[in-house]
Every structure is written in C-alpha cells, then in structure tokens.
Ligand binder design. Structure first.
Ligand code: C2E
Ligand code: MG
Ligand code: MG
Length: 708
C-alpha cells in the first residue's frame, strides 16, 4: 500500500495565503450578518446577496488555494470549466449559512443541520476541486485522513455555529473578539480541508491529462487577487455602513432624548418646577390604576388662592410669579415625600395624598396648608398674605381620576362661594347640581323663543322719595320648575355660553321699556346687569349702542351694572370696555360692592359713576356696629371719589334710617318694593305719587303686595 502512495507536500506560503483568506472570510461573514440584522428589510437583502457572493467566492477561492498550495509529485493543471462550475455551490452554501444566522429564533436541531450541511459542502468542494485535475488513474482517498479532515471541518462548523451566534447576540461589538473567533473557526475549517487534500493518494505512474490547462500557480495568483479585492470591497462596505448606521443611531438617540425631554417638560410647570395639571392627571391615573398594591384610600386637595388675579393686577406678574414660587416651596415643605404636588393653574395647586383616608386627618392637613399660605412674608419688598379655598375629594368615594378632579373642583367652588379662606369636602349633590345644570341649559336654550323670559323692575329711591330709576332683573318662568331664580340660571347661561344671547335680549327689552315709559312721559333710567362673559365680548359697546339707537333711548337712561368681582377679574380688560361704554354716554355701576377683594382706591381706575353696597352689609346694619362703620366709610370714600352710593337689600326701616343718615344716595330693597313686572310698576308708581319721603312711607316687607 505504502509504495503506491505518493505523499503530497505543501507549499507553506500558499497554504498561509489560503489560511488568511479563510480567516478573513469568516470575519467578513460575521460582519455581513451583523449588517443584515441591523438593516431594514430591503437593505438587508442587498447585504445578504452581496455577502453570499463575496463569502462564497472566498470559500471557493480558499479551497482552490489550499489545493494550489500542494506540491504535487507530478505536474498538474486544472480544467477552467470545472474550476468555475464549483463557484456556484460555494455561493449557495454561503447564502444558506448567512440566512441561518439571521433567523431570530433558531432551534438547536436546525443549527446542527445547517452546520452539518455547510461542513459537508466544504468537504465536497475539495472533492470537486480535485476533480478539476484530470488524473489517470483516478485518485484514491486515504480513509483516516478523510475522517480526520471531515471531523476538523465539522468541529469548525460546530464552533462557528456556537461562537458566531453568541457573538451576534452581544450588545456591544468587539473587533478583537470577532477576530479571535474568525481565527479559531477559520483555522479549523482550513485544517480540515487541508487534511482532506492530504487524503488524496496517487498511484505511481499517475498522469494529469489537464496538465496543459490552468497551472496551480496561475490559479493561485488569480484567486488571491480576486478574493482580496472582493474582500477589501466588502470590508469597506461593512465599515461605512456601520459608521453611517451608528451616526443614524446617535441621531435617533438624540431625537428620542429630545422627545423624552419635551414630554417631561409638557408635564412640568416652568415657574415652580412642580408637575402641571397634565402631569398631575397622569400621576393620579397611575396611582389609581396600579394593581399591586392598589391604594385603599387617596385624597385630592385643590388649593386655590383667593383673589390672586386682583393681586397680580395690582402688583404685576413678576411679583405674582415670585410669590407662587415662594408659596409652592412652602407647600412642598408640608407634604410627604410620596405625595404629589402640582401647580394646575395660575392660582391653583393640586395635592394627591395616597393612604390619607380619615377625613379628620385630611381636614387637619387642609388647615395646615391654609395656615402656611396665609403666613405673611416679604417678597420683593411687598408684604404678602394670601388666603386660599380648598376643595377636597376622596377615593374611593370619588371612584376614578376624572371624578376626583371634578369633585375637588366642585368642593373648591363651594368653598370659594362661601367667601373663601375655608376648605370644603365634596358631598353628594354638589355634582347632582352639575347634572341639573345640564338639564337647565337645555331648557334655557328655548326660553327666549318660547317667551318664558320677562323682565321685572325693582325701584331705586332717593332719600327724598323720588324715583331714581329701576333695576331690570331677569325672570324665567319654566313650564315645570316654575319661577327660576336668575342666581340659579345666570351662572348656567354663563357656563354653557348662552349668556351672550340672553344679555342682548335683556338689553333690548330694557331699552324697549324705557322707550315706552318715555313715550308715556316718564323718564325712568334703567339699570341692566352685565355678566362677566358679556364684558369679555369685544362687540359689547357696539351692541349697547345698537340697542339704544334702535329704541331711540338716550344713553343717560341706561346704567350698566357689573359686579365688583367681574370688574376686578381682569382689571385692564374692564378698564378698556368701561372706557368704551362711558364714551357712548351710558353710566356704569359697580354691583355687589364688598364681595370682591378690591379696595376703593383701586376702583378709581374704572370710570364708574355708581357703587352698590352689597346687601350682606346692609343686612347687618341695625345689629352690627362694625357693619355700620364699614358702610359709613364706604359712603364717605365713594363720595370723595365722586361716586354715588346705592344700598341694595334694604329690608327694614332702621336700615333705611341709618343709610339715609350716612348720606347714601339711593336705596333699593324689599322695604320699598320687590322686583315686579312693568304693569305692576306702573301701579306702584301711581300709588306712591302723592307720598313725600322714603323714610316715612316704606312698606312692610312682610307684605310685598305691590308685586301682586
Ligand atoms: P343683583 O344685580 O345684585 O340684584 C339684586 C338682587 O337682590 C335681586 O335678586 C333682587 O331681587 C334682590 N333683592 C332686592 N332687594 C332685596 C331685599 O330687600 N332683600 C333681599 N333678600 N333681596 C333683595 P334676583 O332678581 O334674584 O337677582 C339675583 C342676581 O342675578 C342679580 O343680583 C344679578 O346679579 C343677577 N341677574 C338678574 N338679572 C340679570 C340679568 O338680566 N343679567 C345678568 N347678567 N344678571 C342678572
Ligand atoms: Mg344688579
Ligand atoms: Mg347686587
């Protein structure tokens, strides 16, 4: 056997070249798979195709290089057609391997099968390449070496299957590790193929019929050059792609960060750094929706600063912002770490306390918050002390985030309506009122066309008994509810945007009546109430002018009453509209004076002619020296400022006597007459025509027969 065996010898330089190509090929294989895994589908397909062509060519070339590295005992040559034909299976094998590694969840069995097929394919390539030399007699194979070669190739495939997979799953890419992997897998495969080549045995006297064709050296050179060029091209491609992708990645990351920052900012209040309303709602929902452990109790406190708008109008926005910052820091000092504090509006904070269920404890907290805010302090050299109205709603009584927010608002409004500087828990019924309001606005929409509205008039008298004018007060006779108070439906009309239409109707009706009275020889000025919403309508002066012109009423016959709190709400806007209305020639009156948070000197900025002291002060006149002192001071100061004073809600003779003593200019109240329809007013006027003074001729308020 041994004498028939012609041992092959290797040329070490060519062998080294094939080894380098094998390592480089495996290295590129990993890079190409990486590119495919991070690329979009169409780009990935390009890499797959290009990668398969290049790596396949590499496998093909290094197999031939391995063959060309053999120093054959006889002169040999290769058939070019066979050489070329063996290129295709090499490319197919490569395409399959790349595809395999790009699959997301590959099972062990599939990987073993894939590795096995690749290994056998590499082995087969050696056989085909040997067949490219036409040797006679045919070569024989040394079984032991074949087994060794195949084992080494399969070991290389197994190592490759494990190592490449593991390498690809890593987050961070290490070139050194990839290179080591390529060296180990490439070496195993190369050794295996070399062992297979070494398994070729030639019988003595073997001749090569294709000796004149492609020589081993020429083949070696051609292949080395081609493959090197291809590899360098692909390598550069992978580098460029990786770089542009990492730049893209950086861009995406910075975009993501900008987006996260933006979202975070949209949940924050810029002035205080606290959460804003949106942020609070998010947190509230998160707390209530969390499953384990869901909060058993949670309390939402809505803390609204009383009169903050007027405060800002007086002292300016800078001081307003500084004060809010200072107050938010005070509130933060009182809440626990896991409580959520937010600034939900200009003058409003929201506080969420989880686990705080006992109403008694919640009241204590509200009390503490109130006191903390009220504590006087010096900001920008201004002495500040603010009160607040707090509305409290609790979970699970309020069943979800939306209810907690709405109920805390209802409760806060109730606290505010009670005069402010108090806290109030939400109670059932506060929201029922909300539902009732919805029903009411539906009916109110049709009230004008159905003729359910009418004006009543309440006289205003001078101390001499003379009629100074009347106040027009709206009345709604609802088919089911009966007579509905304007105190109930005017806020509904405001809330649901109906007040504009309603206000215009009142204005028109009032002017129509004045015209009628004037035609009958009576000059009775009429006072019409203007709501906050109307005041904000830019065309109000024009509407007033139109109503006057249409009914041919001189402007001096019309007085517009605006409540103090409405006028103070946005003092600059009020001044603008008041000026325009004054230009028309109508008179302006500040209604319900004493219920807002303004001072008389502040009111000087408005071109009003009249001030109506709220009936709450008048009510206490005969029993409270304090009320007397306040009313007397208000009358005196008003006169000093050139304002006439009207007292509303005069119900008793002692009240009237005191007011007359204080030199109040006009009196209005049930003592003289309740608001009444035009027809009743005419009767009342006729009845009073002969009577000399107000003080002597007041009716008994317990029998307001004048209305009937
Ligand atoms: P107001 O403008 O302060 O009107 C005076 C209110 O006090 C009227 O209530 C009147 O009936 C009532 N009043 C008058 N004298 C006495 C008295 O001696 N004792 C008591 N306890 N009350 C007296 P009314 O008519 O229920 O109107 C309530 C409020 O509704 C008005 O307060 C006004 O703010 C608003 N309002 C009425 N009509 C209109 C309207 O046409 N437009 C607008 N925007 N608001 C209106
Ligand atoms: Mg009024
Ligand atoms: Mg009033």
């Amino acid at each position: 056997m041994t004498d028939e065996f012609l041992p092959v010898q290797f040329r070490w330089t060519a062998l080294a070249a094939s080894w380098v190509v094998a390592i480089y090929g495996i290295y590129l294989l990993v890079q190409v798979i990486r590119r495919i895994r991070v690329s979009e589908r169409d780009v990935g397909s390009g890499w797959w195709l290009g990668g398969a062509l290049c790596i396949g060519t590499g496998i093909w070339a290094q197999t031939f290089l391995g063959l060309a590295a053999v120093h054959w005992p006889i002169k040999v040559g290769y058939v070019p057609e066979v050489v070329l034909a063996s290129w295709l299976p090499a490319v197919v094998i490569s395409a399959a391997v790349i595809w395999m590694f790009c699959q997301p969840g590959l099972k062990w069995l599939q990987r073993v099968t894939g590795g096995g097929v690749f290994g056998l394919g590499l082995g087969l390539l050696v056989v085909v390449d040997v067949a490219a030399m036409v040797l006679r007699p045919h070569v024989a194979w040394d079984t032991a070496r074949v087994i060794t070669g195949l084992s080494l190739i399969l070991a290389g495939c197994a190592a490759g299957s494990i190592l490449i997979r593991r390498e690809l799953l890593r987050n961070e890419v290490s070139e050194v590790r990839t290179l080591l992997l390529a060296v180990s897998v490439g070496t195993l495969l190369r050794l295996g193929q070399s062992a297979l080549v070494a398994a070729v045995t030639l019988a003595p006297g073997t001749v090569c019929l294709s000796v004149d064709q492609l020589s081993g050296d020429a083949l070696g050179w051609i292949l080395s050059a081609t493959v090197l060029m291809l590899f360098v091209l692909v390598h550069m491609g992978t580098l460029l792609d990786a770089r542009s992708r990492s730049r893209q990645e950086q861009l995406v990351q910075s975009l993501k960060k900008a987006q996260t920052d933006l979202v975070a900012a949209s949940f924050r209040d810029a002035h205080t750094g606290l959460l804003n309303r949106l942020g609070f709602e998010e947190q509230l929902k998160r707390v209530l929706n969390q499953t384990a452990p869901a909060p058993e109790r949670a309390t939402v406190l809505r803390i609204s600063l009383d009169g903050f708008r007027a405060f800002v109008d007086t002292y300016g926005h800078t001081l307003g912002d500084n004060s809010i910052r200072h107050l938010s820091a005070r509130l933060l000092g009182l809440v626990r770490d896991h409580d959520v504090l937010a600034r939900s509006d200009n003058d409003e904070f929201l506080l969420l306390c989880v686990g705080l269920g006992d109403p008694h404890v919640a009241s204590q907290l509200a009390q503490r918050l109130s006191e903390a805010l009220r504590e006087p302090c010096m900001i920008d050299e201004v002495d500040i002390s603010l009160t607040c109205s707090i509305g409290i709603a609790q979970y699970p009584e309020s069943t979800n985030a939306a209810q907690l927010l709405a109920h805390s608002m209802d409760a806060m409004q109730t606290a505010r309506n009670a005069g402010g500087a108090v806290y109030c828990f939400f109670e059932r019924g506060m929201d029922r009122r909300g539902a009732e309001q919805v029903d009411m606005q539906r009916d109110l929409r049709h009230a004008i066309e159905r003729g359910e509205l009418m004006l009543h008039f309440q006289p205003k008298l001078r101390p001499s008994g003379e009629l100074a004018g009347v106040e027009a007060l709206l009345r709604w006779t609802h088919p089911q509810r009966g007579s509905v108070s304007p105190a109930a439906f005017i806020p509904v009309a405001e809330r649901f945007g109906l007040i504009g239409e309603l206000g215009l109707w009142v204005l028109e009706e009032a002017c129509r009546h004045v015209r009628g009275w004037m035609d009958a020889g009576q000059d009775i000025p009429v006072a019409v109430n203007i709501s906050a919403h109307q005041l904000r309508q830019p065309d109000l002066p024009q509407r007033v002018r139109d109503a006057l012109v249409r009914n041919n009423v001189p402007p001096r016959m019309l007085i517009l009453e605006i409540t103090e709190s409405t006028a103070m709400d946005d003092i600059d806007a009020s001044i603008r509209v008041f000026d325009m209305l004054a230009d028309i020639g109508v008179q302006l009156s500040i209604d319900d004076f004493g219920t807002g948070y303004s001072s008389l000197s502040y009111l000087r900025r408005l071109p009003a002619k009249q001030l109506k002291i709220d009936r709450a002060f008048v009510r206490d006149l005969d029993s409270s020296p304090d009320a007397q002192a306040i009313v007397e001071a208000v009358v005196r100061l008003s006169h000093a400022l050139g304002l006439k004073v009207v007292a509303e809600g005069v119900e008793t003779q002692p009240q009237a006597d005191i007011l007359i003593r204080f030199a109040c200019d006009e009196l209005q109240g049930f003592l003289y007459a309740k608001p009444m329809p035009d027809s009743a007013l005419q009767g009342w006027l006729a009845q009073r025509a002969s009577l000399p003074t107000v003080a002597a001729n007041a009716e008994d308020i317990s029998s307001p027969s004048v209305v009937a």
